[in-house]
Design a protein around this ligand. Sequence first.
Ligand code: CUO
Length: 674
Amino acid sequence: LFFDRPTEPCFMQKGDDKTVFQLPEHYYPDKYRALSTTLSDRFGTDDARVVPVANIGLPDLSVPMQLPYNEQFSLFIQKHREMAGNLIDTFVGMRNVEDLTSLCTYCQLRINPYMLNYCLSVALLHRDDTKGFNVPTLVQTFPDKFMDPKVFRKAREVSNVVTTGSRMPVEIPTNLTASELEPEQRVAYFREDIGVNLHHWHWHLVYPFETDFAIVNKDRRGELLYYMHQQIIARYTSERFCNGLGRVVRYTNFRAPIEEAYFPKLDSQVASRAWPPRFAGSVLRDLDRPVDRIRIEVSELERWRDRVLQAIEENAVIVSGNRKVPLTEETGIDVLGNLMESSILSPNRGYYGDLHNMGHVICSYAHDPDHRHLEQYGVMGDSTTAMRDPFFYRWHAFVDDVFDLHKTKLPKYGNDRLDFPGIRVSSISVEGPAGSNTFGTQWEQSMVDLARGLDFTPRGSVLAKFTHLQHDEFTYVIEVNNTSGAAAMGMFRIFLAPVNDESGQPLRFEEQRRLSIELDKFSQPLNAGNNTIRRNSVDSSVTIPYERTFMDQTARPGDPGSAAAAEFDFCGCGWPHHLLIPKGTPQGFPMVLFVMVSNWNDDRVEQDTVGTCNDAASYCGIRDRKYPDKRAMGFPFDRPPQESTLSDFLRPNMSIRQCTVKFTDATRIRQQRR
Ligand code: CUO
């Protein structure tokens, strides 16, 4: 309930089940103190559930309370990060859930709502006694970070005037940030998709780069940072091709003007400010913003970049004492991920700095580098909103290129790594309503309940209707012949890649492998002889179901450990299923589907994953477990191949199928599935 109606005091009724927290008197801030004496009357006349809050010795909150209540909060700002780290430590350190609850009621009236939401989310994800608790999806708590503010005016109107049950859904407009004059607008449906931004927020929630060491230090988190963002760039590139746009132009010259403008049309409900825009032709400028304790020059970014490039060139990073530590084939990419991001696992933050994070920060303040206009950061400055900005992709295309330089230095895969002797894949095909080997896509309208994010309004659900891309569900049919004479276990790796570039010319294999989108990965027993594997698209290891992205409306915080509740914490991380397949074109966008069956005995990681949520592990890993695949993330396309064509690359345990993605410009209404 602390997540609900974030700026509304917790001693008012919270949520639909009318819960009221009864606080010790000194918990009330002065402005509400007078109300504390009238509470008993209110309880008497109401059927609310009253939760008495224990009076505990309150810890020191002076650090997190430095952030004003009505301000923006971003993890990219060092000062905010330190305050958040302090509060997370405090939350994690509370003796039991009762004390934590008590502290939260106190904080909820005093701590910046964005920061409280973040710190409490991280703490709930990482405390043993709260692991099953529900962290509501951010779009319900802070819908202002995801949609046009006009929606809230209408939603308030509706909730004040119409009683629950007869309220019509409010429509969230799409395509509102620019007109057709702006070519980048053609892919706004992807950049501004609620699910895609929720995924990015959730990923960074699960993989923070700076807080308690034990929380940051997750298995292969640096490599996952590289891989998850690499996949975003690959996916976005296909979306661009489908819409007649060229590849993302990586941003390598930090002095070059940024031609892509972005006008977010978002308001912060907490800070009562519009998110600042960036005009076309903006340049990165040195920042000097004492209020945020940010002082950084563009030249520093350049210096860090050059040092990272040198480390890759020399295949070694310099650590303290001027020692050199080699970047190995196994862990080099993980080290580089932490070094470039950077996270506290960086082997030398003093020398290699904070390249990727500061790119976000410098760009996000391009409109007011010295705070003279008292403006806050733009959307690039917050992981919840960054993916809306076309520049996000240019920045991450640069970051990805640097990672790929390291990949080009690794030994190329030969038969010993690619073959699976005795296993032949004779074919892969796709069956679905759009026809064989055709992926059908169209628009779909879905609902999200805004009630939890609407402070100081009458209770009851307020639905908002929004439009997003969707594909028809389909089935992979894979024919495998096992001639090894015994049962075997195969690891199926399925990718989809564009065939032609933006000008219709065939892509070279080297380009194609970098644009390969992971669709699924699963293990499967193979009997001796012929096997027909049928696998449904909804079971993808990359995605989470639509319902989980936006959270089941009926789900409420449940018992820790219950299956229903466990779904929402780590399990909220995952690529949104509705964006599994790129948009395609009305004529049919040609793509090549690839499958490889590798030997599960070589790839598997011995661990028990029962009861953990592991259905979107490809981009998100598994909570408290190792990444469930020993191979490099993105294998076998993570590095340049020996062969110059895809057909030469194919081994008997691989197969491809030419497919098309056919887009129908129609809108369907969401049907309940699964
Ligand atoms: Cu996710 Cu730059 O790391 O936004």
